[in-house]
Design a binder for this molecule. Sequence first.
Ligand code: DP6
Length: 329
Amino acid sequence: MQALAEARANIALVKYWGKLDAALNLPAVPSLSLTVDALTTRTSVRFDPSRTLDALFIDQKPADPRALGRVSRHLDRVVGSAAANARMFAEVRSTNDFPTAGGLASSASAFAALTLAAVAAAGRESDPTKLSVLARQASGSAARSILGGLVLLGVGTPGQVDSSFATQVASEGEWPDLRLVIGIASEAPKEIASTDGMNQSESSPYYAPWTSSAPADIARAMDAIARRDLPALGAVAERSALRMHACALAADPGVVYLRGPTVEGLHAIRKLRARGVPAWFTCDAGPHPKALTSPEDAAQVARALAEVPGIQRTIIAAPGKGALLLDGQ
Ligand code: DP6
């Protein structure tokens, strides 16, 4: 009836951007990410026969109706619809070890933790593949946070809900010498949700080339991981991020996530690389520049990002674990 789970954020090195089947939330492109040891969400789910509605608390505060609706729909998906009396209503409590108002709020860690806690609280058997299929339906990137280390999310087949799931390419222990440095460029929530940005990007003349070029990036990234080749993985990550943003920028109307400090951050990372520091950038549907680097160089990369005007602080993250059940039946 009750369970507690935690999951960490992940940062895509080959980006998911676009949907093959919006109703089932099947991605249009395969993606590959690193689950990180920073930015953890802990979520408890308690099904309670005396409740007449679901309740959601985020960082001890009642959540807004939109967030509650999204969580209720996910509980329906995971354990059956409450409206049809197929499940009890639940109290869901979620806490983050990072400020949620900080523009870092991660639907990936949140929905991965919620999926695992809800499945366990409902007493259902599961495995990482099934958990990732469930988490993906709430948010594509959440499927990848079910697993630790370097994780691949496949595209799947339209109309087949369980056709796209996450698989681990290398566990957090298999390539521990990776770091992601995150430069926090703004503490404001993001202006265009990634789901909306993706939908809008379908109007981009670059959308078709974006989707058709993604499998080659995955192949290069897989090859780089097999060889533990940081420069090769970094090069793929930069290209994938730039192409994702190029696709979004060219939409009608254009989707602009990049801010001044974001762009300056990308230049700062390239400048470091010109000086021989192994660092490659990536950037998601928000303003924060991120760098893939080595443990030895992470502090220097963080200092360079912190010097960029508008970057407020930095986080150095290492490869992290997948979702974990902390307590529950
Ligand atoms: C830019 O997983 O948030 O971070 O499936 O619509 O919830 P939905 O999208 P979401 O998109 C993540 C987009 C990205 C790239 C990535 O994580 O691969």
